[in-house]
Ligand binder design. Structure first.
Ligand SMILES: Nc1ncnc2c1ncn2[C@@H]1O[C@H](COP(=O)(O)OP(=O)(O)OP(=O)(O)O)[C@@H](O)[C@H]1O
Ligand SMILES: [Mg+2]
Length: 398
């Protein structure tokens, strides 16, 4: 059972949320006592210790800036826990041991741990470490405040409807909000977002990535094509390339795009290899697209528990092609598989999908159940829920 305390003089505002994972109550309390002397630190003591990395999902349900754990467990487990926690760039992972074990410290640092302490604790050492963590968090949140909003569409499996939803969501966002909106098609090597929108493109993501060292807002603006709703699209290349995508070039593209646009929407297909890039930075909203099928739900479960368990607030689950009358599983089973209820259900709308294929006209521009559902997602993302209510969108969906 987690117990919370807040640091000295910080009842007004917690800026650093720290979880201590340790079954040794004496050691845990000693660490908590030191931390609670520091202003603006919120401490949660967790007396359950994971026996395997997957247990972290259950144990760390709330978001934390720092996870501090007792590394006097099995060394492989300590290493795996560190590596898994570090998969979430928002978390500063720290460990402690009752032994001044340099080998263990180096081992954990290699896995990504930021700090290693030896008990009994040196208060100054812990205060300095928390200051470093707080400044890292402040930099990240300032960066994300200055930048635009990023929405990433990821499929639990190929063919789940990522491109359909990302392209139409971006279009609705561009129409409904006053913000400049860019859709980036990273469904490489051959994405089809432009086709879904009925537009022809000359340049693509490849041109932006190849020139990443000189990429700026001006160059980017020459590579995008504008849909007549105002949406800008950076399309996927139309030819196969055997070149591996460079994460640094992609980070540069995302950063330039976020400076130049108010809303950036990325179609990443099912590319979980992009997880370490800034597309999945702490401020991005990730829409995980699944369908009610055995493989889709199984994959979604793996992705949520392995990669997204630390982002309960910024992961939104979307069940596409949803047919309440024709479900393989009941709602309870679906929620169990997804570990939480899905936020969005997009109806199976064969007629609208067929119309798009035949007329190359985007789904969201013609009134239909799927158009209304996608428009509601976009309006909520842009903070326009009142407008959505006025349009009667919510009445239709609930
Ligand atoms: N809600 C829906 N109702 C009916 N048809 C849909 C729906 N969503 C998507 N489709 C159809 O399913 C097919 C696959 O969709 P889409 O190309 O968007 O999937 P994807 O996840 O991007 O696939 P890929 O993995 O190939 O990139 C398309 O023919 C599309 O028109
Ligand atoms: Mg696609």
């Amino acid at each position: 059972m987690p117990t919370d305390r807040t640091g000295a003089g910080s009842s007004d505002k917690v800026t650093l949320r720290v979880a201590i994972l340790d079954i040794d109550s004496e050691r845990r309390s000693a660490a908590a006592a030191v931390l609670s002397q520091i202003g603006h630190v919120g401490v949660t003591e967790i007396s359950t210790f994971p026996q395997k990395v997957d247990d972290l999902t259950e144990i760390l349900k709330d978001p934390y800036d720092v996870v501090l754990f007792n590394a006097d467990c099995d060394q492989d487990l300590a290493f795996d826990l560190t590596a898994r926690l570090c998969g979430d760039a928002r978390i500063n992972v720290m460990a402690y041991s009752s032994r001044a074990d340099m080998k263990l410290a180096v081992h954990l640092m290699r896995a990504g741990a930021r700090e290693f302490f030896t008990a009994p604790f040196d208060t100054n050492e812990i205060v300095a470490a928390m200051e470093r963590a707080a400044s890292r968090c402040a930099v990240t949140s300032q960066e994300s405040r200055a930048a635009s909003r990023l929405f990433v569409f990821l499929g639990a499996k190929g063919g789940c409807g990522v491109t359909t939803l990302a392209a139409n969501f971006a279009l609705a966002l561009a129409q409904e909000s006053t913000g400049k909106t860019l859709l980036i098609d990273l469904g490489l090597p051959l994405g089809d977002a432009a086709i879904n929108l009925g537009i022809k493109t000359e340049y693509s993501v490849s041109n932006a990535l190849q020139q990443s060292d000189r990429l700026d807002a001006r160059l980017l603006s020459t590579l995008v094509v504008k849909h007549n709703t105002g949406l800008s699209v950076l399309a996927s290349p139309s030819e196969f390339s055997d070149k591996k995508l460079s994460p640094d070039s992609l980070d540069r593209l995302v950063s330039v795009a976020r400076e130049a646009y108010d809303f950036v929407v990325a179609d990443v297909g099912s590319r979980i290899d992009l997880l370490g890039t800034s597309l999945f930075d702490r401020s991005a909203i990730v829409y995980l697209i699944a369908q009610v099928g055995i493989t889709e739900l199984l994959n979604a479960n793996r992705m949520i528990t392995q990669f997204f368990f630390t982002r309960p607030d910024t992961l939104q689950i979307v069940l596409n092609r949803f047919k309440p009358s024709d479900l393989l599983f009941d709602e309870k089973k679906i929620t169990e598989a997804l570990t939480r209820p899905a936020q969005w259900r997009i109806p199976d709308d064969y007629a609208a999908a067929r119309r798009t294929r035949e007329t190359a006209s985007p789904m969201v521009l013609i009134d239909s159940p799927i158009a209304r559902a996608i428009r509601e997602m976009a309006m909520t993302a842009a903070g326009l829920t009142e407008k959505a209510e006025k349009h009667g969108l919510f009445r239709f969906l609930r």
